[in-house]
Design a protein around this ligand. Structure first.
Ligand SMILES: Nc1ncnc2c1ncn2[C@@H]1O[C@H](COP(=O)(O)OP(=O)(O)OP(=O)(O)O)[C@@H](O)[C@H]1O
Length: 231
C-alpha cells in the first residue's frame, strides 16, 4: 500500500530551484533512503513532508488524512546535546501527552515497556540518560519516536557520529520493529553501507533530475559520498 506519493515536486528559494519534477512513492512497511549531495535539499524535502514548508511545484498526496497521521523524527546524534538529568524511561516517556511516568495511563505504561524492550533499553531503563553511551542515547531517541506509534518514522542522519557497533544496532532495531509492526521509514543518510543494507527503495535528489526505484537499482558510483555520515 502506498502511503505517500510525490509527483512533480519542485522547491525554489529565490531564483534557485533545488530540484524539479521529483517523483516517488513511500510504501507501507518499506524503508525509503533519501540521498544526494550535501546541500541538495534532503532536509528541505523532509520539512515539506512534515508539513512545515510549501512546495513550489507539484504535490505530496497522502493516503492517511492529516488528523490520523503521526510522523516521528529521530535527529542526528550530537554528543554535546544530551545532558538531561533524567532516567532513560522518563526521557522516552516525554513523548506521551502527560510526560513523566506516574501520570501515564496503564496502556501507555505497557506501550513504554514494549518499546524499551524493542529498543534494547530495558536493562538501563532506570539509569540516567546522561550516563548512557552514544548508541544507547540514540536508541532512547528512537524509543521516544516509536512510543508515538508513528505511521512514518524519519531517521535524519540518525546513524551519523555513532561507532560501527552502535549504528548497526540502531538500524537492526528499526528493521526488527518494521518486521513486527509494518513500520514505514524515510532515512536520510550519506552512509552507503547502511543504505545498501537497510533501505528497500531510494530517492536520489540532484539539481538535474531525481531518481526513484528499488535499492538494488541504485548505481552507488553516482554518489559523491563516502561510507560515513557527515556531522
Ligand atoms: N528557508 C530557506 N531559504 C533559503 N534557502 C534555504 C532555505 N532552507 C534551505 N535553504 C537552502 O537550500 C539548500 C538545501 O538545504 P538542505 O538543508 O535541505 O540540504 P541537505 O541536502 O539536507 O544537506 P545536508 O546533506 O548537508 O544536510 C541549501 O543551500 C540551503 O541553504
Amino acid at each position: 500500500m502506498t502511503i505517500l506519493t510525490g509527483s512533480g515536486v519542485g522547491i525554489q528559494f529565490g531564483e534557485r530551484w533545488l530540484y524539479q519534477d521529483v517523483a516517488f512513492k513511500l510504501e507501507k512497511g518499506r524503508v525509503l533512503a533519501l540521498i544526494g549531495d550535501n546541500g541538495v535539499g534532503k532536509t528541505t524535502l523532509l520539512r515539506a513532508i512534515l508539513g512545515q514548508l510549501e512546495l513550489t511545484a507539484g504535490e505530496l498526496d497522502w493516503q492517511i488524512d492529516a488528523k490520523n497521521r503521526m510522523i516521528s523524527y529521530v535527529p542526528q546524534y550530537r554528543p554535546d546535546m544530551q545532558a538531561f538529568p533524567l532516567k532513560v524511561t522518563d526521557f522516552v516517556s516525554l513523548s506521551f501527552d502527560k510526560g513523566i511516568l506516574p501520570w501515564l495511563k496503564a496502556a501507555e505504561k505497557e506501550r513504554l515497556q514494549h518499546v524499551l524492550a524493542d529498543t534494547h533499553l530495558t536493562k538501563i531503563a532506570n539509569a540516567r540518560i546522561d550516563t548512557a553511551s552514544g548508541g544507547e542515547r540514540q536508541r532512547a531517541y528512537l524509543a521516544q519516536a516509536l512510543v508515538q506509534n508513528p505511521n512514518v518514522l524519519i531517521l535524519d542522519e540518525a546513524t551519523a557520529n555513532l561507532d560501527n557497533v552502535a549504528k548497526y544496532e540502531l538500524m537492526n532495531v528499526v528493521r526488527d520493529y518494521r518486521d513486527h509492526h509494518d513500520l514505514t521509514t524515510i532515512m536520510v543518510s550519506h552512509d552507503l553501507d547502511i543504505i545498501g543494507k537497510y533501505a528497500d527503495d531510494y530517492l536520489l535528489l540532484t539539481p538535474n533530475g531525481s531518481e526513484f526505484g528499488p535499492i538494488d537499482q541504485l548505481d552507488m558510483t553516482k554518489l559523491k559520498v563516502g561510507n560515513q555520515d557527515h556531522a
